[in-house]
Design a protein. Sequence first.
Length: 155
Amino acid sequence: MAPELISAGIALHSIDDCLIVPVRSEVDDGYLTRLTRETLRQTSRTGVKGVLIDVSAVRVLEAFHFSLLADMAKMVALLGARAIFVGFQAGVAAALIDLEVDIKDINTVVTMTDGLAALASFKAEGQEFEADEEMQAGAVDDDSGESRGNDHENF
């Protein structure tokens, strides 16, 4: 069972370097503000690399409330974690498109299992990226022939 992180009436769950953020069925400005604040606090405190925002309980979502959730996802990214929305209902998805809401840069999956798999994939890609950076740290500068490693004299 995942540890539950409860604060300000907001219950979040942590599992495998991932924060799960369940969004209740009825949302309002105050609730979304508290949810965002707690999500950012826990993301920063725990250092998770992924945040799954579970919107599967939401049946109706106004464009403004979606923008608050999308902004939360962007803030999470600024803290170094990947945010993925899980479980948009078909009616909510259709309404957001009908309202011409900007959905670019929004990552979505259908199920929590898909979300955990996507985060695992992103994490694996990140490890490959870090390995590439380490290899480049010992590379030779093409112009001077000198090492570009962690030699402080090159700064």
